[in-house]
Design a binder for this molecule. Sequence first.
Ligand code: SF4
Ligand code: SF4
Length: 406
Amino acid sequence: MSTPFPSSLPDPAQLAGLANQCVACGLCLPHCPTYRKTRSEADSPRGRIFMMRGVLEGQLPLSGAFVHHIDLCLACRRCEAVCPSRVEYGRLVEGMRARLAAEQSPLRRRLRRRLLAVAASPGQLRLAESLLRFWQRSGLRTLARSLGILGKLAKAEAALPELQPHRAIHDRPGPEEVGLFLGCVARLADSETLRATAFLLEKLGHGVRVPAGQACCGALHRHAGEPEEAEALARRNREAFAGLKTVIVAATGCAPALKEALAPAGIAVREATEYLAAAPGWENLHPAPLNTRIAVHEPCSQINALKDAASPYALLKRLPGAEVLPLPGNDQCCGGAGAYFLLQPEMAGKLLDDKIDAIRAVKPDFIATANVGCALHLGCGVKDSGLGSEIAHPVTLVARQLGFKS
Ligand code: SF4
Ligand code: SF4
């Protein structure tokens, strides 16, 4: 069992202790997406661990080059999954990022916290949603695109799908009540999956509670080096879901952080495909056939953090007629990685190109992925390359064949 991620600024000696677990065997190198692209030791897990140890022990300067190599890491934890010495690389790099964030100027830190605060506030998210919908529908978007004035925001703007009018997800009273976690990006960009999850839970005989006070899982805050902010969100979620035994999460990127947040309150967090694939009640459900090819994209959060590649397949296999197969290259990150595709567009683009090649080879009707960040990033690539595959959550594909209308 690994140690929890830090909830406050981690001690350098503690982090150096994690780095010292690495025996420099190099077995992780061929698995690391950034090393595979640059072939530079400094962009490999072993190289990053070596540099982190040097900085933490005061033997290397905290240089711009060091920060660049740490920023280029996807925090995909592929290295951790294959490391024979069980080096907890995820904890190490997030702890290092927290220390780097603490070194930044107060102005820069305040700005980052201000941006992250939008993700943490349901009210501000609703406001952002309304403004973005206005932007998409009013013609402002078309004008800005034609004038080319979006600059660095162009990538984020293009990744956002067409937002539908806001539809609140209400409680569905019933027996065996479970909580539904809404997330921040997911409630904005993929409310269809959340409604499909509530629909399928109800079909399988569950009541669903959607507490209004729930907050973001805090994963974005941790990735950005803000563990105290992440812990504040964890407290809010413990209060919001108090009294429930189980909470369902439809985005694999949120599930590990929420698991840690709710564990002290004795609340189990279950990823949606894992819970729904194995839930009792399927004997009474008969999904309509879906005679299509579905390629499954396995998010890093699902295979390296949750360590569960099987559940999306198990759920999709409940669809008669569907040909379900893995997207080739699933052991490599797509480059979405939270906000990575916005912050490191060049590397994210190279990793996305590999996924597009795989999609082109397999020619699926659907690409199923259980993480909203991957879905947005892959969606951009599919659109730009003119491929016709639809990106959808496995839960949504199954719910549609049971009568769910988005
Ligand atoms: S992180 Fe693990 S696999 Fe990679 S070099 Fe260190 S000990 Fe070897
Ligand atoms: S977390 Fe991913 S990108 Fe970072 S060093 Fe490990 S394998 Fe490479």
